[in-house]
Each structure stands twice: as structure tokens, then as C-alpha cells.
Design a protein around this ligand. Structure first.
Ligand SMILES: Nc1ncnc2c1ncn2[C@@H]1O[C@H](COP(=O)(O)OP(=O)(O)OP(=O)(O)O)[C@@H](O)[C@H]1O
Length: 303
């Protein structure tokens, strides 16, 4: 379990994180979502112990990242956004070399290396030089390395970025596996469709502040659905009627309405027909994480 507790961080005069707190429970997959520069990577670097916070702390399975960095880093597997392996080593040899730092003997390291590299779909690339690996393959290798100590917590930084559909599917399946193994999984991403599919909970960060933490079910429930309605006549009257049901934006004979909670779209359609408004098109727009995220940002900016 990862507990981020009131973490703040500045670089020079720029405050990059302000009082950031959230938890990732065992068996929970948490998406960390924010615009470029929001502070996701900085948070992750603090969680994995390569950067110290100015204040606050991160507790990993009960150990403080400030006071017990050795224990916390053993317990967190980390895949950075752009793993750099510019080495002429072959993959398995480099794995064995890195495993040495974890106290594994050469034969143990070879056995584990073969097992983990195969699990990451790299069985045919073990004898290839790492410098020749593509970025997506480097991510798989980084993941294999991060699993050497079989950590109960996994942190992915923009792991899906730059992956082909097969790579994305691979990471999705692996995340499900980690969940089944009761690991705590945190992943930052701006591919919101994937976050929606993968995460149990989403933590939203904007300009270094947490602006919302919601389960995916809550998001589906809370995101206001919108309707697109095209009318053939009486635009003004239609707008007036629709304003009773939510927030209306009118275009050229087309109206978008973000409907209030509890309002049934059929009720709206019935009212328009009753008032003799010619309706040419009436369709529901899917509510998605992206819309929800932008609404949260809009609200946060108002504060
Ligand atoms: N070592 C550093 N020195 C100075 N400023 C930094 C440093 N690291 C990050 N920053 C700044 O902190 C802010 C947050 O950066 P961070 O990388 O955490 O954002 P992010 O949410 O991960 O963004 P992205 O989605 O673009 O990766 C940015 O304005 C960035 O320029």
C-alpha cells in the first residue's frame, strides 16, 4: 500500500506540488491524471525515493520513504516514462548484472531473468543488445527489472505512451495480473480511455494540487450526460424549454445540453414534441472521463 501524505515540493521559486495526499490500496489500480506539467512525474519520483519532498512523506507498506528508503525502494517497482538503457550489454546479461545489486547469485539471477523476460514477452530478445531495443521493448525490460524483488507495489509513469496497440494490451493484461496478486498499482497517464478501462480509482492533479479523487463508478454517476438536439424550427423557444433541464449551449439550429442529474432524456423529448418543436435529431453524447476531467479543471480554476 502506498500512502502519499501532504507532500509539497518546489524547484527554486516554482511550487510544483502543494499538499498532495492520496492512497493506493493493495489490489487497487489507481490512475494518476493531469495535464502536462501538473506534477505527476515529480510525485512518482518522490514515491520511489529518487527525490525528497520539502514537506510531507510517503508511507509504503508502513515504512517512511524519508526514514527507511532502503525498505521502501525494495517494495516499489518503478517503470519510468523513458527508461534509458544505452548499454551494449545483452538484455539477459544486463538483467543478471542488475539482479546482483539485489543480492541474487548468478545462477538465481539467470533463472529469474529468463522467467521475467519471458513473462514480459521478451523471450526472443534476451540475447539482443539493449541499445538496439525499441522504446516499447525498453519499457518491458524496465518492468522485468522492477520485478526482481517481487515488489508488492508498482508505479508506472506514462507507461502507455508511445506503445502500439499490442503493447497497450500487454500492459493492460499485466495490470490485471498485478491486481489479482493483490499488488498496489499506480499509473500516470493522459490516455484517458485507457485510464477509464484500467483504473478502479482516479486521482486528478492540476497545477500541483489534487482536485479530485473518484472511483470510476462515481465518475460514471457524476459526469453529467449531454444531449445534442437539432431542431428544424423555433430555436429560441426550444432553448427556453431546454434551459429548465440543464446547461444549454445553442448553435445554428443545434443545441447541446448538459442535463441535470435525475432528468430522463425521454422527458425532454416529450416536452419538445408537446410544444410542437420540430426535432430533426436527438442523441445522447457519451459521458467520458475526459469531459469530467475538464469540468474538474474548470471548477478548480474558479476557486
Ligand atoms: N528537476 C526539476 N527542476 C526544475 N523544475 C522541474 C524539475 N522537474 C520538474 N520540474 C517542473 O515541475 C513541473 C511539474 O513537472 P512534472 O514532470 O512533475 O509534470 P507531469 O505532470 O509529469 O508532466 P508531463 O505529463 O508533461 O510528464 C513542471 O513545470 C516542470 O517543468
Amino acid at each position: 500500500m502506498i500512502e502519499v501524505k501532504n507532500v509539497s515540493k518546489s524547484f527554486g521559486k516554482a511550487r510544483v506540488l502543494s499538499d498532495v495526499s492520496f492512497n493506493v490500496g493493495n489490489g487497487e489500480v489507481v490512475g494518476y491524471v493531469g495535464l502536462n506539467g501538473a506534477g505527476k512525474t515529480t510525485t512518482i519520483r518522490i514515491i520511489v525515493g529518487v527525490l525528497n519532498p520539502d514537506s510531507g512523506d510517503v508511507i509504503v507498506d508502513g515504512y517512511s520513504v524519508l526514514r527507511d528508503k532502503r525498505r521502501t525502494s525494495e517494495r516499489v517497482g518503478w517503470v519510468p516514462e523513458l527508461p534509458i538503457f544505452e548499454t551494449e550489454f545483452k538484455a539477459l546479461d544486463y538483467f543478471v548484472y542488475l539482479a546482483g545489486y539485489h543480492g541474487l547469485s548468478r545462477s538465481e539471477a539467470i533463472k529469474l531473468g529468463k522467467e521475467l523476460l519471458s513473462r514480459m514477452g521478451l523471450e526472443d530478445a534476451m540475447d539482443k543488445r539493449l541499445s538496439e531495443y525499441s522504446q516499447g521493448t525498453k519499457k518491458r525490460f524496465a518492468l522485468a527489472v522492477s520485478l526482481i524483488s517481487n515488489p508488492p507495489n508498482i508505479v508506472f509513469d506514462e507507461v502507455l505512451n508511445g506503445l502500439d496497440p499490442q503493447g497497450i494490451a500487454f500492459f493492460r493484461e499485466l495490470t490485471h495480473e498485478f491486481k489479482r496478486e493483490n499488488k498496489a498499482v499506480l499509473f500516470s497517464s493522459h490516455i484517458l480511455k485507457e485510464v477509464e478501462q484500467l483504473a478502479d480509482k482516479v486521482v486528478f492533479i492540476h497545477k500541483g494540487r489534487i482536485i479530485g479523487i473518484y472511483t470510476v463508478e462515481e465518475i460514471t454517476r457524476l459526469a453529467k450526460p449531454s444531449l445534442k438536439i437539432r431542431v428544424s424550427s423555433n430555436l429560441e423557444e426550444a432553448v427556453k424549454i431546454l434551459s429548465n433541464y440543464g446547461e444549454v449551449v445553442a448553435g445554428d439550429m443545434e443545441i447541446t445540453i448538459k442535463i441535470n442529474h435525475g432528468v430522463n432524456p425521454e422527458e425532454i423529448m416529450g416536452e419538445l414534441v408537446k410544444r410542437n418543436i420540430g426535432v430533426k435529431e436527438f442523441r445522447s453524447e457519451e459521458r467520458d472521463l475526459e469531459t469530467f476531467f475538464f469540468e474538474l479543471i474548470k471548477e478548480a480554476e474558479k476557486r
